[in-house]
Design a protein around this ligand. Sequence first.
Ligand code: FES
Length: 144
Amino acid sequence: MKESTGPYNPIVMDHFKHPRNMGEMENPDGMGEAQNPVCGDTMRLFIRVESDRIVDATFLTFGCSAAIASSSLTTEMIKGKTMEEALQISDEDIINALGGLPPSKVHCSILAEMAIQAAVEDYREKSRLKLPPPLSSPIEGEGI
Ligand code: FES
């Protein structure tokens, strides 16, 4: 029996059937979680960062075929990008890179855009926490 691809084009089907970079990452530098406001599906995006550049990315998605394909493609799109470049990626860019989504599935790519924003935010927050405290304030009791 010939397998039907339904409403999806071959690029989407390829990413859905053979997702790239699926799975949790150990000790990621940033983790972003997003929930699709339309359907409630969720995505987690993990990033490894070196010198402000994403060197690795993985994902875990509980959602439809379009959400999984968007997640898979997103991990490939953001690798090698700086934080600022990653933040520029919109759901439209993801849809275009997927060769289009059926109109009823356009909202599924929003999950990936939201997860990128959240992962970058998490990375920036963790980086801030790693900074040593400012040295400007005098240490109490010193010199007495
Ligand atoms: S239907 Fe929920 S992300 Fe696609």
